[in-house]
Each structure stands twice: as structure tokens, then as C-alpha cells.
Write a protein that binds this ligand. Structure first.
Ligand code: GLU
Length: 429
């Protein structure tokens, strides 16, 4: 996506951590340990392409901290992937697992590639190559990868298969986000988007807003966004605008229907990566606007559900005065500069690593089910997910109220406090 020039997500993640660490008076040893990853792996993945040429892809895995349990976090396929993005995302996974009170640490992986331009066979070779490089450093009790941007259940299954070939045996707990029936959990696909809305529902309750009287504008139309919209509509909300990346034009567009988008209809003109077919959407009566226009809509709720660095110092001023709540489904969508402006304007932000913790929470359920080889019904998964997300929300909201601080800082306080005390209890610091 555009607008990433000069932006270093890891520097931003460290600056946020440093600020909160100072506020809570974290000791210097803990600060030193937690502001950097414990381990990282950088490697090359050679792939024989369909045309017979060999192409070499760069891959990463970063394990930020595993004091509370095995590292956990997704693998992204992205043409603009950088090690600093992976480091930032790994650190955020540590905070995310801690805020959701999961017995897991934080990690993240990536490959610099664009699956839009790779055949299924080439993608399979990248997945298998990734495991061949770090198959000894991940594992059910060490580090458990999962899907993220542009990686799917099929990718996870190829990785599992390669891992099992390498280690000789069945280890379904090594990776989550697998296909249902092949060790995957029911509800995993919906989990991140639904989780965003479980926290949004609690926020609206606290702010005395009836969801039925609210409207929203959403950035993204991938897995997270689609299921967030689905549940938001089910609790009575209306989505009036959706924005997404257009691969053929290499830019993004917003799609607006003032009386509310029809999710099923819009899904019918969308590809597997969440890209909407512009012409077909226009034929269905959607107004096609510029990519950034999702941010300036006159709505009550904004849901940035796409990628990092989207609400910035430059565009935050364009947010309509009607906006009351921002629920961050993406990782790192708001820069600290923009966050400051939102706080001054009194906009209630449900921070990313709380709002989007539903995915990893369900991954944790999948890991438990895989290790037991005993799988739960959908209702049981979603019921447990709702309980976990609701209690994570209130843990944070209680601290925010007590400390008279923002939800973001409160979420950091809860998470950093839990991770630091695990490090202390183990005698690391
Ligand atoms: N990639 C997701 C995230 O950023 C899920 C990670 C997982 O399930 O381990 O939270």
C-alpha cells in the first residue's frame, strides 16, 4: 500500500514501548530485554519457477519474547515486507497474547513476495522452503506460526506437511489457521473480524451508544474486514463505505452506498485477496471514490482493517467530527502523531493489539484442539472467543479508567506488566 515512505514501524513500536515503560517505572533490565526481539532468523528461499528459472526469496522469522509460552504469530507474504516490519509485528504479538491473557509469547514471520503474481505451485515451494529454513526453530512448544496478510489455510497446510516430513510424525499443533478437517478450528476464519466487533460492542455499551443507531466506514475488504462487517451488521450497525486495494491499478478505491452496503453483494464481486472489481461494483450502484475517502466519511465508527500506517499526522485532520470510535482491526494502522490528535479530539480508540486479538485467541484454541486431537463445535469456539475478548476489553478499560489514560496506554500497561512479571518470575531479569 502507499504512504509508507520514511516510516519505520519498529522504531514506532519501540518508541511506544519506551514511553509506557517509563510511565510504569519498568526497571532498565526489563526495558533492555523487551525493546528488542530475543531471536531472529533471516534466510533465502530458492524456488524453481514455472518457467524453469530459479528465483530467490528473502524470508524472516522473529521471536520477540517467549516468557509466557511458545512464540505465536503469523507469516505475511508481501512485496514490501521488511525486517523492521516483522520485528514490530513480533513485538505487537507479545503484547497481543499478553493482553488476551493467552499462555503464549510473540513472534512474526514474512517473505518478500507477491502471491498475486505466483502460481499455486510456486507458492507451495515458498511455503515448503520457509519451513526447510526454520523447521528446527519453530514447533508446538517453541514457536507456532499462523496466517496473516496474503497467507491462507492452504499455505499453512503445505507448511505443516513439510514440517511433518522433516520431523517424521504428526505435529498439528506446530501451526494454526489450517483448513477445517485438517487440524483447523471452526471459527478461525471469522475470529479476527468477530473479535474486533466483540470489543466494539463493549465500547459502544460503555459509551451508551446503541449499535443500531450507528454507521461505520471500513478500510480493507479482506478476511478481517469482511467478518467484522458481518458481525457489525448482525448487532444492528450499518456500513456505508469500504475501501480496498486495487491490484490492477496499484492504488486503492473506496466504495460507498449511503443507505448501507450489502455484504453478500459486495463479496460476490471480490477476489480471494479482498480486492473489489471496480466496474462490477459500480454496476451494482456503488459510488467509486478515492482510496483515502473511507477516512473522511460522516460516520460514527471507523474500522481500519487493512494494514499498518494508514491514519497519519497528514490525514488525521480529515476525520469527520461525527466519528466517536475507532476499532483497529489492522496491526499498527495509526501513527503516534495521529493518535495524539485523536486523543485530543476525544475519539475513543480500541487499540490494535486488543481489538484484533480474536485471531490469535482462536489460534490458541486451535493449538489446544490440535494437541488434544479433539475438535469443538462452532458455537463452543465462538462462545469461548466472546468470553476471552470481552474480559480482555474490560481488563484494559478498568485500567484506563483507574489510571485516567487512553485505551492504548492501558492495553500496553496490562500487557507489558504481564510479560515483565513472567520474565521476573523466571529469573531472567
Ligand atoms: N496474524 C494474526 C495476528 O496478527 C494471527 C496470529 C496467530 O493466529 O498466531 O494477530
Amino acid at each position: 500500500m502507499s504512504g509508507n515512505k520514511g516510516y519505520n514501524p519498529f522504531a514506532m513500536a519501540q518508541a511506544e514501548f519506551d514511553r509506557v515503560a517509563k510511565t510504569i517505572g519498568l526497571d532498565p533490565g526489563a526495558v533492555e530485554l523487551l525493546r528488542n526481539p530475543m531471536r531472529e532468523y533471516h534466510f533465502s528461499i530458492p524456488v524453481r519457477m514455472d518457467d524453469g528459472e530459479t528465483k530467490v526469496f528473502r524470508g524472516f522469522r522473529v521471536q520477540h519474547n517467549d516468557a509466557r509460552g511458545p512464540s505465536k504469530g503469523g507469516i505475511r507474504f508481501h512485496p514490501q515486507e521488511t525486517i523492521d516490519t516483522v520485528r514490530a509485528l513480533a513485538m505487537w504479538m507479545t503484547w497481543k497474547c499478553a493482553v488476551a491473557d493467552l499462555p503464549l509469547g510473540g513472534g512474526k514471520g514474512g517473505v518478500i513476495c507477491d502471491p498475486h503474481h505466483l502460481s499455486p505451485r510456486e507458492q507451495e515451494q515458498i511455503c515448503r522452503g520457509w519451513i526447510r529454513q526454520v523447521g528446527r526453530d519453530v514447533g508446538p512448544n517453541r514457536d507456532v506460526p499462523a496466517p496473516d496478510i496474503m497467507t491462507s489455510a492452504q499455505h499453512m497446510l503445505w507448511m505443516l506437511d513439510e514440517y511433518e516430513a522433516l520431523h517424521g510424525g504428526h505435529y498439528p499443533g506446530v501451526i494454526t489457521g489450517k483448513p477445517v478437517g485438517m487440524g483447523g478450528s471452526l471459527g478461525r476464519t471469522q475470529a479476527t473480524g468477530y473479535g474486533v466487533v466483540y470489543t466494539l460492542r463493549e465500547a459502544l455499551k460503555e459509551l451508551n451508544h446503541d449499535p443500531e443507531n450507528t454507521t461505520a466506514s471500513v478500510q480493507g475488504f479482506g478476511n478481517v474486514a469482511q467478518y467484522a462487517i458481518e458481525l457489525y451488521h448482525r448487532i444492528g450497525g450499518t456500513t456505508v463505505c469500504v475501501s480496498c486495494w486495487d491490484e490492477s491499478e496499484q492504488t486503492s478505491y473506496s466504495y460507498r452506498k449511503k443507505d448501507g452496503i450489502d455484504l453478500k453483494e459486495l463479496r460476490s464481486v471480490t477476489d480471494g485477496f479482498g480486492g473489489i472489481d471496480r466496474k462490477r461494483a459500480a454496476d451494482l450502484g456503488y459510488e467509486v471514490l478515492a482510496g483515502e475517502d473511507w477516512l473522511t466519511q460522516e460516520v460514527d465508527i471507523l474500522m481500519p482493517n487493512a494494514i499498518e500506517n494508514q491514519i497519519t499526522g497528514e490525514n488525521v485532520g480529515g476525520i469527520h467530527q461525527r466519528v466517536r470510535v475507532i476499532a483497529e482491526g489492522a496491526n499498527g494502522p495509526t501513527t503516534p502523531e495521529a493518535d495524539h490528535v485523536l486523543a485530543e479530539r476525544g475519539i475513543f480508540v480500541i487499540p490494535d493489539f486488543l481489538a484484533n486479538a480474536g485471531g490469535v485467541t482462536c489460534s490458541y484454541f486451535e493449538q489446544v484442539q490440535s494437541n488434544m486431537n479433539y475438535f469443538w463445535e462452532l458455537g463452543e469456539v465462538l462462545g469461548k472467543l466472546d468470553i476471552k475478548m470481552t474480559s480482555a476489553y474490560h481488563d484494559v478499560s478498568n485500567v484506563a479508567r483507574r489510571q485516567k489514560t487512553s485505551m492504548r496506554d492501558a492495553a500496553y500497561m496490562v500487557a507489558i506488566g504481564r510479560v515483565a512479571s513472567a520474565c521476573r518470575d523466571r529469573g531472567w531479569i
